[in-house]
Design a protein around this ligand. Structure first.
Ligand code: HEC
Length: 123
């Protein structure tokens, strides 16, 4: 009985850690965000960074948690896959503003992490 419990806990821990690795690490994403994104999207994601304030359209307000582009054409905008494509290819590739430029310098992992951080800004 004790062994079964131990195995069950081990299996659960495995699933949890695999799940979070896939979803991205918000704490690591904050570093990516502060370096590359906050000048426009603002330190708390409200689209009110020093550069963003003057832009039209305004950078997306991440505290609202709603997104525009259905980049992978799945029928639902704002999924992780959509945000990833917008960050990789830029919003102009999906009919949006060229001000949201592509980020070819960010790795896959960086993008997953920054998406996790953006999600955490929703209020
Ligand atoms: C030069 C200013 C600027 C910078 C820097 C910038 N963005 Fe944006 N971002 C924008 C603007 C403007 C929009 C709105 C585009 C539109 O609606 O056409 C936007 C929109 C977005 C969206 C919304 C996509 C959707 O479907 O609604 C996401 C996600 C995003 N940016 C992520 C990022 C990330 C991550 C970074 C940093 C790696 C970043 N942005 C850096 C200006 C910027």
């Amino acid at each position: 009985m004790k062994l079964v419990t131990t195995l069950a806990i081990a299996a659960f821990a495995l699933v949890v850690s695999a799940g979070s690795a896939q979803a991205g690490d918000a704490a690591a994403g904050k570093t990516v965000y502060d370096t590359n994104c906050s000048s426009c999207h603002g330190p708390s994601g409200k689209g009110d960074g020093p550069v963003g304030a003057a832009l039209n359209p305004k950078p997306r307000d991440f505290s609202a948690g709603s997104f525009k582009f259905d980049a992978d054409k799945s029928g639902t905008p704002g999924e992780d896959a959509d945000l990833k494509l917008v960050i990789q290819k830029g919003a102009a590739a999906f009919g949006g503003s060229a001000l949201m430029a592509p980020w070819p310098t960010l790795s896959d992992g960086d993008i997953d992490n920054v998406i996790a951080f953006i999600r955490s800004l929703k209020q």
